[in-house]
Design a protein around this ligand. Sequence first.
Ligand SMILES: C[S@@+](CC[C@H](N)C(=O)[O-])C[C@H]1O[C@@H](n2cnc3c(N)ncnc32)[C@H](O)[C@@H]1O
Length: 276
Amino acid sequence: MGRLRAGDINGARRLGAMHCMRQKTIAIKPIAESADAPRAVAKPESNKTVFGNGRDVVQPAIFVPDGLELDAPNRCNGLLLLKELRSDSFPLCFFDPQYRGILDHQRYGNEGERQRARSEMRQMSEAEIRQFLQGIDRVLMPTGHLLFWTDKFHLCTGIGPWLTGTNLDIVDLIVWNKLRIGMGYRSRRISEYLVVMQKAPRRAKGVWALHDIPDVWDEKVTGNTPHAKPIGLQGRLIEATTNTRDIVLDPAAGSYSVLKACQRLNRGFLGCDIAG
Ligand SMILES: C[S@@+](CC[C@H](N)C(=O)[O-])C[C@H]1O[C@@H](n2cnc3c(N)ncnc32)[C@H](O)[C@@H]1O
């Protein structure tokens, strides 16, 4: 059996090559208890309110590409992982792109070790981010959510065009107060933004189970991993948008903060990072 390999997969040429190899090298195996798990989404019980306290949707069987492990770090190109997954099969995906926009447009001076480590990480072009969004759109279940990390620069310059041609709609925004002061020409950055997107049909009732998550969230992340995201916030959002034992996807997982949140919450995890 072949393994999914990590690679410096830049652009369509390399991806095209991997695609040709796919039939031969990648076997898939069912991992959910029932391959007949329902794929359709139930309708809301009543139209009287848009809120509901539970979830009426169930994740269908999913397939894990050969060479990747559930509930563990995997070294792999996230675009390749997305290509191998069944359509309409995940209730939740996190996506935290390695933006190059801010680095291209703004240059700071004395940045320190953490910022230097950040600028050395492999960055994603706009075209690559769009490819991720299209892949995520395909694999999300109807009503499934995408939690998309962004920064002030991209929030202000607009992520809307990246969604062209997808079924994803922006439905909410959460501000993460990092409790750690950063750089900035005018105000100093202390926050990041989590854009909540939903694949059509767009609704909260029967899909979003918690109603006590504030839209400004204070959480300090310790350690030196650049870009590690808050496990507490991600955990609450996982509880809001998935059922116990659902499998959450993160195709560019970095420090695997989403895996850590899933492990605390009795959720499965499927994810990878090109750097391991
Ligand atoms: C912003 S970081 C993710 C941080 C993560 N959310 C966390 O909490 O640690 C983005 C990650 O994307 C990875 N990456 C870049 N291109 C990728 C690709 N094509 N496939 C998978 N991962 C990729 C980088 O190696 C980096 O670790």
